[in-house]
Design a protein around this ligand. Structure first.
Ligand code: BG6
Ligand code: MG
Length: 230
C-alpha cells in the first residue's frame, strides 16, 4: 500500500463527488427511458454512473429491449435531447451546490501544494465547474473525447495523473461510481469511494458522504493500512 507521504496529487471525478449532478443525469435520462419504454429502477440509474453519454443510452435501450430499434441518427437525437435537459438543470447550479466539505478540501489541498485534476466522463465538466465557481482550482481536466476507453478502463485516471506531471502511484482518485473505483485501482492510484461500501467494495477506503472526505481522514486510513501490513 502506498504511504501517505508519497501522495502529491488528487484526481477527482466530478458528478456525484464535487456536486450532485448524478441526480440531474438521472432526471434527464429518466425522460429518455420513459420515451423508449425502459422501466426506470435504482439499479438502472446506478449502472449509468460514470458511463459516457452514448454508452448510457445503449444501456437504457437494452433495458427496454430496443437496442436495434433506432438508427444512429435517432440515437444521437435522443442523446442530444437528454443533454439539453441536463444542461438546463446544470445551469441552475451555484457555489451553494458544491457538496459538503469539498470547497474546504479543495482549498486545503491547494494550500498544501497538492496537484489537482478532474477525471470525468462528462463533456460538460468545464461548464459545471464554472457554475460552481471553482474552475480556478482545476486547470487540468481530462478531455473525455480524447479517450479510447471509458471507465472502468484506467485510461482517464492515467491521463489525469499525467496532466499534473505525476505517476498514478502518487495520486489519490476519488469516485462515487463502481466503474470509476475500478478504473482508479487499475490505474494504480489509491481509490477513495464516496457512497455505499457494498457498491464500492474495490475502494481502498469508502466514506459515506463527502462530509467525511478530509485530508486528515484520508491520511489516517492510509497510515492505518500501512501499519497493518508492516
Ligand atoms: C459522468 C456521469 O460523469 O459523465 C455519467 O457519471 C454521464 O452519468 C457521463 O453519462 C457523461 O456526461 P455528459 O455530460 O458528457 O453527457
Ligand atoms: Mg461520478
Amino acid at each position: 500500500m502506498t504511504s501517505f507521504s508519497d501522495i502529491k496529487g488528487f484526481v477527482f471525478d466530478l458528478d456525484g463527488v464535487i456536486t450532485d449532478t448524478a441526480r440531474f443525469h438521472s432526471l434527464a435520462w429518466r425522460k429518455v427511458a420513459d420515451k423508449v419504454g425502459a422501466h426506470w429502477t435504482a439499479g438502472l440509474a446506478e449502472r449509468l454512473k460514470g458511463i459516457s453519454r452514448m454508452e448510457s443510452l445503449d444501456i437504457i435501450l437494452q433495458a427496454a429491449g430496443k437496442q436495434d430499434a433506432y438508427t444512429e441518427d435517432e440515437k444521437v437525437a435522443l442523446a442530444t435531447s437528454k443533454n439539453a435537459e441536463y444542461l438546463r438543470l446544470v445551469d441552475t447550479l451555484t457555489p451553494d451546490d458544491i457538496l459538503p466539505g469539498i470547497a474546504d478540501l479543495v482549498q486545503s489541498l491547494d494550500d498544501g501544494g497538492y496537484k489537482l485534476a478532474i477525471a470525468s466522463a462528462s463533456k460538460n465538466a468545464p461548464r459545471v465547474l464554472q457554475n460552481l465557481g471553482i474552475s480556478q482550482y482545476f486547470p487540468n481536466i481530462v478531455d473525455p473525447s480524447t479517450l479510447k476507453h471509458g471507465k472502468p478502463d484506467p485510461e482517464i485516471f492515467i491521463k489525469a495523473a499525467e496532466s499534473i506531471g505525476l505517476k498514478p502511484e502518487q495520486c489519490v482518485g476519488v469516485e462515487d461510481a463502481a466503474a470509476g473505483v475500478q478504473g482508479i485501482k487499475a490505474a494504480g492510484e489509491v481509490a477513495v469511494g464516496i457512497g455505499d461500501a457494498d457498491v464500492l467494495k474495490q475502494a481502498d477506503m469508502v466514506f459515506p458522504s463527502t462530509a467525511e472526505l478530509t485530508l486528515s481522514n484520508v491520511k489516517a486510513h492510509m497510515d492505518k493500512d500501512v501499519s497493518a501490513v508492516k
